[in-house]
Design a protein around this ligand. Structure first.
Ligand code: PMP
Length: 435
């Protein structure tokens, strides 16, 4: 596979931006090799600068639920742009997008922002403002954007690069962050027993997808999110469900559609922006009433509710009908079965875990049958994933360039795309077996 143009672009990029990328995981640091510079994308496929085509299993890390360059989304974007690209004043369309989000979720009110990071940092601030408490609980390996107080034991690129803590985040900033292991009910109970009346909120991903996908475990018929929500309420703390990744992807609403547990506050992004910078946080009306200009918790944004992003998001949610979720769920199930069969055949120990259609493949040590938390995720056989990744890439399948990420599908992944992935699996599985 010729990647000369991507290699040249990467060299140039490194002279003008650190590591040549605008978001760390794109740099292929964990897997090595040349990051592909993308020229175009359509449906389920990416094309790089050298003209190589890949079935895309990253989907821009989640947003492209309908596939790339969906004609109706593009038309909505073009139409919106004709009327001006930013006003700094309210529009009807942002109210429509807010209403569309509220319609699919249990929240009463929503505020639009530009990124998932902004959504979670605003939700945390609001939770603190509302409760008058300082401490927050997060889970090791969960990623909620690069919010200072949430970078403690974070997933995504922080996990991929093995960064223990981030310089620039002061000890004071994280002093109020309590980190516990995911799925560890005793640890969460203990944190509340020790700090209960100081805890403003607990934030969790709807289902973690940034340390690989981890399933919220059930105990005595009670799901982990239900347990967390109940415990928060016993202690007067808010439960924040971060559905930036899972929202409008794993079901019409998100993880809420799978387990019925909503947050007092919830955060959204990715799919609801249709591939543009748009995100949101929302929740109970009495909590949202504490937000400026009604309340005193300040939050704002020059480009919030941007008309072009809003048009893309509205079109995406309008087109994300029950059929879309049925298709993506089914494709995910088929692909999981095919990956399992190929790895089994090659004798590669693995755990495939999923939340709805979002899944990831852990290349585990022999005998390991479950990956319930970050410690287990960190025990992956990284070299096996690297070998698997490069074999797939060579055969035209673009997987996440990190073992700590989910695999994303779209409604555009049809049987042709699936066949291409399936055809690449045996060689990749053998490569993983040899690694
Ligand atoms: N929360 C979750 C669960 C995420 O997966 C992400 C991004 N991967 C974020 C927040 C941050 O979103 P953004 O990258 O748009 O700032």
């Amino acid at each position: 596979m010729n990647v000369d143009r991507s290699a040249a672009a990467f060299e140039r990029a490194k002279t003008v931006t650190p590591g040549g990328v605008n978001s760390p995981v794109r740099a292929f640091l964990a897997v090595g090799g040349t990051p592909r510079f993308i020229k175009s994308a359509r449906g389920a496929y990416l094309t790089d600068l050298d003209g190589n085509e890949y079935v895309d299993l990253v989907c821009s890390w989640g947003p492209m639920l309908l596939g790339h360059a969906h004609p109706e989304v593009l038309a909505a974007v073009a139409e919106a742009a004709q009327h001006g690209t930013s006003f700094g004043a309210p529009t009807q369309a942002e109210v429509d997008l807010a209403a569309a989000i509220i319609d699919r979720t249990p929240i009463d009110q929503v505020r639009l922002v530009n990124s998932g990071t902004e959504a979670t940092l605003s939700a945390i601030r609001l939770a603190r403002g509302f409760t008058g408490r300082d401490k927050i609980i997060k889970f090791a390996g969960c990623y909620h954007g690069h919010v200072d107080s949430l970078l403690a034991s974070a997933g995504s690129g922080v996990a991929t690069l093995g960064i223990p803590g981030t310089p620039g985040v002061t000890a004071g900033t994280t002093a109020d962050t309590i980190v516990v292991a995911y799925n560890d009910r005793a640890a969460v109970r203990q944190a509340f027993a020790t700090y209960g009346d100081q805890i403003a909120c607990l934030i969790t991903e709807g289902a973690p997808g940034n340390m690989g996908v981890i399933e919220p475990g059930a105990e005595d018929g009670i799901g982990f999110n239900r347990f967390l929500s109940d415990l928060c309420h016993e202690h007067g703390a808010l439960f924040i469900s971060d559905e930036v990744m899972t929202g409008f992807r794993v079901s019409k609403s998100g993880q809420y559609g799978l387990d019925g547990v909503g947050g007092d506050l919830m955060t959204f992004g990715k799919v609801m922006g249709g591939g543009f910078p748009a995100a949101a946080f929302g929740g109970r009306a009495d909590i949202m009433a504490h937000l400026a200009p009604v309340g005193s918790v300040y939050q704002a944004g020059t480009l919030s509710g941007n008309p072009v992003a809003t048009a893309a998001g509205l079109a995406t949610l309008r087109l994300a009908t029950a059929d879309v979720y049925e298709t993506v769920d089914k494709t995910s199930e088929q692909l999981r079965a095919e990956v399992h069969a190929a790895l089994e055949q090659a004798g590669v120990p693995h755990v495939i875990s999923h939340s709805g259609n979002l899944f990831s493949v852990f290349f585990v040590a022999p005998g390991v049958t479950a990956v319930p938390d970050y410690t287990a995720a960190q025990a992956q056989q990284a070299q096996a994933y690297t070998a698997f990744f490069h074999s797939m890439l060579e055969d035209g399948v673009y997987l996440p360039p990190s073992a700590f990420e989910g695999w994303f599908l779209s409604a555009a992944h049809d049987s042709t795309a699936l066949d291409r992935i399936v055809a690449a699996l045996p060689r990749a599985a053998q490569a993983a077996a040899r690694a």
